[in-house]
Write a protein that binds this ligand. Sequence first.
Ligand SMILES: Nc1ncnc2c1ncn2[C@@H]1O[C@H](COP(=O)(O)OP(=O)(O)O)[C@@H](O)[C@H]1O
Ligand SMILES: [Mg+2]
Length: 360
Amino acid sequence: MHDGHTGGRSADSARVIDVDDLPDGLVVTDRDGHVLTVNRAATRLTGVTREQAEGRHVRDVFSLRDQDGRDWWKWLDPYGGLPARTRQPELPLRTPSGQEMLVAARLVRAPERGGEVVRVVITLRDARVRARLERSRADLVSTVAHELRSPLTSVKGFTATLLAKWTRFTDDQKLVMLETVNADADRVTRLITELLDVSRIESGRLEIHRQVVDIPARVRRIIDGRVAAGEPEDRFRLQVRGELPETWLDQDKIDQVLANLMENAVRHGRGTVTIAVEPNEWGVTVSVRDQGEGIPPELVTRVFRQFWRGNARRRGGTGLGLFIVKGLIEAHGGSISVQSGPDGGAEFRFMVPTGTPDFA
Ligand SMILES: Nc1ncnc2c1ncn2[C@@H]1O[C@H](COP(=O)(O)OP(=O)(O)O)[C@@H](O)[C@H]1O
Ligand SMILES: [Mg+2]
């Protein structure tokens, strides 16, 4: 199963399916439970190699047990049970060393239904990944609830106060309260819009509608907008190096990425914000850097996480911006990273492939 395609068939290599390519662990046994093959992911999960396992009984080499310590193979009982039974749903099992994994099995019968078991195909998945996912989902719900509650508490507080004591406040005081209410309502709306983006990214429902996008022109437009809103013109510097290829991207999403990175550079950074656009081997590289304090190397892996805000909690952001930016770039088939720029500030650098029209 494993060695059949090495040598002589390289032209076909893209079409040959190798069990070692599977993301999950795979163990196949014969009708008696003797191991026929073990893939690389299974070795990674259990520490048992193909050489160690082949020909031996699955119970002896893997000895998987359920929470109550029962031997899983005995439990699976391929020859007992209903003859129509073909699968064992996924269960959390442990190895003798205490490692937990999710194990499912399929009983291959001949003839297909009701026949004798001829092979048992077992899949193994790392339980820690799922546990981590479940934990992060629970965290997400509580963080979202918390993030929504603080602006709503302020909205409720000010409106209740105004309603109860309307005549006791001057117009100026009322104006300040209403402005706060207005800003908090905006914050809730922004948070919900961003959460919808997060949900689209996480579920893979993000759609990319490609058109020719002139990246320097998009940057210029965002700069013009910010300058029109009162920022000094020399705050931004756009550099285009070399000849850029034609890029087919989702214009709204690229605008969102650029606006987010530039907003961060202004809000979390300092000094001049430099946006450099240059060609690379397969597309375009864009870097956005500032002259602020930058991001300490040990925090670099965290900035792209949901709700991570460093010590910027008071600066009004949601901590979702960079998570969304990364999702948008990856949806284009690109990548993004951050490092220290030449002036010590943060330098976010993303690459997008040139892409092709949607209909191509
Ligand atoms: N240019 C920058 N310089 C320094 N820190 C930054 C920069 N950009 C982002 N960060 C840090 O990364 C965090 C996450 O950014 P982001 O996801 O956009 O959230 P938000 O801007 O809402 O706080 C910020 O809170 C800040 O601590
Ligand atoms: Mg931001």
